[in-house]
Design a protein around this ligand. Structure first.
Ligand code: 3PG
Ligand code: CO
Length: 544
């Protein structure tokens, strides 16, 4: 087990270091779409006045994305926070592996192809259809389709999840048209390649952290069983659903299947014995449950019968500890020696807490995409159950309950926690609804809780770090005037950082900032506050 050296110049506080991530609360431009600036936030305003307040890069290459045009997201943000270094992330690793051809030379791709050559069943692709680059990228899918044709796979079926969350709310048709054009070209060459089913990513298949298994069951019905309303094409399905549900964006569209004979015949792509299935998302949180549905022999979450015997692979391995999936096309970033692991090795006690929607963010993502604690005797992970209700109606979510539970745990007798890490989901989860009014309230709910954390920090003699993993609530619109559109996705904005240390005369430490301070500097900063020197390969601490 890796160890940590003490930093002789630092003394850990008597109480805990409390690390609060305000999910999706970035630093915007202060314009009309900036729900963070619009919100009443006395505590955040006070934190911003501390000498330790600054902003951090949280998108693009600062968090391991292919380019600075890529937004940040919770996976790469929490990975960078937890690991203290920037790793090339899924989006980039998959693109590289496709470009070099390594992905197709690998054993798994060959196994998938051989399977369908023998069975004459289709090769199925299931995944999120957009260029959001958070969970997937359409270009990856297009490359896999071309290669399947080059490998003489006669029949392919694509099951699409419409996005509207990492890309504009009603943008599905542009990706469908691009995909259809590629499929049409391959059909001209004699291949039977078609879209078979689809639906909104927040309605089916892409649940995470077991918040709502019914979503995954709906996905199973649609993709595997071919049971849903029938349409002649994906475009026809989306156009009809738009007209029938003016209030829905792509995230929430109901499931549909494409059927032959102009939409009235048999569904085009139920998944049967002998098929090969690729789940083409690279990000793990929302891929783990459907993966278990395909792979897990002792699965009890819903009745899968008849469960087809297929060759299944993920674009990536989604959880290295749980070996999910067993087979994958690209190796995930090898994130080792995260701060959680190092602190466990040093015998420090850690508490991680969040509500369901972000529970895996402060555990699995923070630990470099591993779900299990490094040392269960030293780590406590608490999930506060989220409501399955529309979040724009309850923007306060479970912020107060997370805070209650946390403060209660901190006041328990016995050895205290050295590091507490928590996530307030509000800014991000409500920001994704695109509802400005609700998002302002979401940020205010977080601010109320921060005030409680400030008081507790003072009472316990701890230190409080407040930051965010990426922007979202800080930019609720794209464009201006007539061209203004609701933005449901994350922003490219930096995020705030403030460190409150009641021991310091000015209530916070002085910082010494590198040229582009980012989320990956926070692990060394936290270790420093706990009295440790970070490993040499960590990005440096921000403390002067
Ligand atoms: C989601 O999965 O909800 C969005 O695609 C990204 O949001 P997150 O990165 O904040 O989880
Ligand atoms: Co988000």
């Amino acid at each position: 087990r890796p160890t940590l050296a003490p930093d002789p110049t630092r003394v850990a506080p008597e109480g805990p270091v409390i690390f609060a991530v305000m999910d999706g609360v970035g630093v915007g431009r202060g314009d009309e779409g900036d729900a963070v600036t619009a919100a009443l936030t006395p505590t955040l305003d006070w934190l911003r006045g501390l000498p330790s307040a600054t902003t951090l890069a949280a998108h693009g290459t600062a968090v391991g994305m292919p380019s600075d045009k890529d937004m940040g997201n919770s996976e790469v943000g929490h990975n960078a926070i937890g690991a203290g270094r920037v790793f090339e992330q899924g989006a980039k690793l998959v693109a590289q592996s496709i470009a070099s051809g390594a992905l197709f030379r690998g054993e798994v791709w060959r196994w998938l192809i051989e399977g369908v050559h023998d069975s004459r069943e289709p090769l199925h692709f299931i995944g999120l259809l957009s260029d959001g680059n958070v969970h997937s990228h359409i270009d990856h899918l297009l490359a896999l389709l071309d290669r399947a044709a080059a490998d003489a796979v006669p029949k392919v079926r694509v099951h699409i999840l419409t996005d509207g969350r990492d890309v504009p709310g009603r943008s599905a048709l542009r990706y469908i048209d691009t995909l259809e054009a590629a499929l049409a070209k391959l059909r001209e060459q004699g291949f039977d390649y078609q879209i078979a089913s689809g639906g909104g990513r927040m309605h089916l298949t892409m649940d995470r952290y077991e918040a709502d298994w019914a979503m995954v069951e709906r996905g199973w019905d649609v993709h595997v069983r071919g049971r849903a309303r029938k349409f002649a094409s994906a475009r026809a399905a989306v156009e009809t659903l738009y007209a029938e549900h003016p209030e829905l964006d792509d995230q929430h569209l109901p499931g549909f299947v494409i059927a032959d004979q102009g939409g009235v015949g048999a569904p085009l792509g139920p998944i049967r014995d002998g098929a090969s299935v690729v789940f083409f998302n690279f990000r793990g949180d929302r891929a783990l449950e459907i993966t278990r549905a395909f792979e897990d022999d002792s699965f009890t979450e819903f009745d899968r019968s008849p469960r087809p015997k297929v060759r299944y692979a993920g674009m990536m391995q989604y959880d290295g500890d749980l070996h999910l999936p067993k087979r994958f096309l690209t190796a995930p970033p090898a994130i080792d020696r995260s701060m959680g692991e190092l602190l466990a090795g040093a015998g420090k006690r850690q508490l991680a807490i969040a509500e369901t929607h972000k529970f895996g963010h402060v555990t699995y993502f923070w630990n470099g995409n591993r779900s299990a604690p490094f040392d269960p005797a030293l780590e406590r992970y608490i999930e506060v159950p989220s409501d399955a209700k529309p979040l724009e109606q309850r923007p306060w979510m479970k912020a107060a309950e997370v805070t209650d539970t946390l403060l209660q745990a901190l006041r328990e007798p016995g050895p205290g926690f050295d590091l507490v890490r928590l996530n307030y989901a509000n800014g991000d989860m409500v920001g994704h609804t695109g509802e400005l009014r609700s998002t302002i309230l979401a940020v205010e709910a977080v601010d109320l809780c921060l005030a409680r954390l400030v008081r507790a920090t003072e009472q316990l003699g701890g230190v409080l770090i407040v930051t965010a993993d990426h922007g979202n609530a800080d930019q609720m619109f794209d464009g201006e005037g007539e061209a203004r559109q609701v933005r449901t996705s994350h922003s490219l904005n930096p995020v705030p950082l403030a460190i409150y240390d009641p021991r310091e005369p000015r209530l916070g430490p002085a910082l010494s900032l590198p040229a582009r301070p980012g989320l990956s500097n926070l692990a060394a900063t936290t270790l420093s506050l706990l009295g440790f020197a970070a490993p040499d390969d960590y990005d440096p601490s921000l403390l002067a």
